[in-house]
Design a protein around this ligand. Structure first.
Ligand code: DHB
Ligand code: FE
Length: 279
């Protein structure tokens, strides 16, 4: 039986890819952000996952505004980077696990989550950067299952729905007969807004409360509508819905192994957390 050994949540700003390419991890601007990750890597070396279930939002590369699924799951043998903005770094393709993907898709649909299944899928910075932060040698030691959440075009799924999707993902993974260890990642956020009159908006008080709720009160954010979450965290801060899915895959009681919070990276308040099921 497969087992979820924990979750990593992190921001996913494209400029991080530029900083990695230029080797700026020790640069004063970047250091407080990159310093969040060695403890996550130590933890990964300890828990040794075979699988990463990557919960993120596509930014217009695989899906565009003309066709926008609320929830979609990759079922390909391989996923290639097709990132925007900072060029297409030559990162190795990510291995998929079509058999596990189809198991998850079947179980989710049985569980009344009618997801879109994608036998071809390109991935972007929201998938590739968390992988590169966790495995800087970019020799990906895991197979991956992409779970794509629409955080981009209204109507967005509610935080409550996202949390329940996480619960359903956990049931699907627990019923996978292979004895494998799974880490769930949730990427995006924390508060940021790239467009409109509030461009540059950041809400530290909300972010810190949200990060605390990930440990102590996982359903806390479900009391807000998606419009309220946009007001509180910004039009792109609402990517925290991906964190809600990841959190929903863990039991109510968790142990925080590590966290980091830093303002700003580009336009974003960055956060990361490593959570484990409580013993
Ligand atoms: C930025 C943040 C994001 O989450 C994103 O997808 C693109 C850009 C930024 O702050 O630059
Ligand atoms: Fe984003």
């Amino acid at each position: 039986m497969a087992r979820i050994v924990g979750a990593i949540t992190t921001s996913h700003v494209p400029a991080i890819g530029g900083a990695i390419a230029k080797g700026l991890q020790q640069d004063p601007y970047w250091k407080p952000f990159f310093d969040g990750f060695p403890p996550a890597r130590d933890w990964l070396a300890k828990v040794k996952p075979e699988i990463v279930v990557m919960v993120y939002n596509d930014h217009g590369l695989n899906f565009f505004l003309d066709k926008m699924p609320t929830f979609a799951i990759g079922a390909a043998g391989e996923y290639r980077n097709a990132d925007e903005g900072w060029g297409i770094p030559t990162v190795k393709p990510f291995r998929g696990d079509p058999e596990l993907s189809w198991h998850i898709i079947e179980k989710l649909v049985e569980d009344e989550f009618d997801v879109v299944s994608c036998q071809e899928m390109v991935v972007d910075h929201a998938f590739t950067l968390p992988m590169a932060l966790c495995w800087p040698d970019q020799n990906w030691p895991v197979r991956t299952v992409p779970v794509v959440v629409n955080t981009v075009q209204a109507p967005l799924p509610s935080a409550a729905r996202c949390y329940k999707l996480g619960n359903a993902l956990a049931r699907a993974i627990a019923s996978w007969p292979k004895d494998e260890r799974v880490v769930v990642m949730g990427t995006g956020g924390l508060s940021h807004q790239l467009d409109g009159e509030r461009a540059g908006f950041i809400n530290k008080e909300f972010d810190l409360k949200f990060m605390d709720s990930m440990v102590n009160d996982p359903a806390w954010a479900t009391k807000y509508s998606t419009v309220e979450l946009v007001e509180l965290s910004g039009t792109q801060g609402v990517e925290l819905l991906n964190w809600m899915v990841a959190r929903g895959t863990l039991p109510e009681k968790v142990k925080k192994q590590h966290s980091n919070y830093h303002i700003p990276i580009s336009n974003t308040a960055t956060g990361m957390m490593v959570l484990e099921p409580a013993a």
